[in-house]
Design a protein around this ligand. Sequence first.
Ligand SMILES: [Fe+2]
Ligand SMILES: [Fe+2]
Length: 241
Amino acid sequence: MKQQDFENAIALLIQEDWVKPTVDLIAADMQMNAGHDLGHLLRVLRNARRIADGEIARGEAVDWKVVAAAALLHDVVDLPKDHPDRSSASRQSSEKAAAHFRALGAFDEAKIERIFHAIEAHSFSAGIEARSIEAKIVCDADRLESVGAFGIARVFQVSGQLGGGICDMADPFAEHRELDDVRYTVDHFYSKMLKLTARLYTPTGRAIGGQRHRFMETYLAQLADEIGVPVREDAAEPVSS
Ligand SMILES: [Fe+2]
Ligand SMILES: [Fe+2]
């Protein structure tokens, strides 16, 4: 996705003087890869808007500018999965975002704190619980990227690039072996994707996630039928809503 197309698309979601310099920062500094590019940021921002609308309708007071600012910069520092400092990437992103917005004078300190927290709490590996509604929305919006139709497309694309196969034809649903999602992409549904919806924070995020979760179950049932084996159902966690 080109930077100009990205700017046009996000102008429908947020119009503030700080958007343009923030997009410039992303274009200059963010390490783009298949999972993390401008398209990812746009989808996270759109997910966040849907969740924010749902939460506002439920009576939550949501600061959309804080959500949008955090969503735009949540992956500005993105380290590879095998990097030793991987678990501190979200912390480094929040520090970079805080310095950026402080230099622009775009937000007061209280809001910069909220943006900081929303970014640092978004990653699983950081192990930080999201406390504010804005942080919960950014987390959920980012996690929703990994499930549903897009999540399926994305997992096959990313694991294909890393040399992973589609599934283990001898035991496609890992019923008689340990899950190995580096070798077999279908294993990733059971090691991660089907567990994500239970880990969403907001009721609106869980409603969207539940629908995407059911789509993945339908996909796996179809896959099982096509390759002629029964689908493994026990590994999927029930969706709480
Ligand atoms: Fe991230
Ligand atoms: Fe992300």
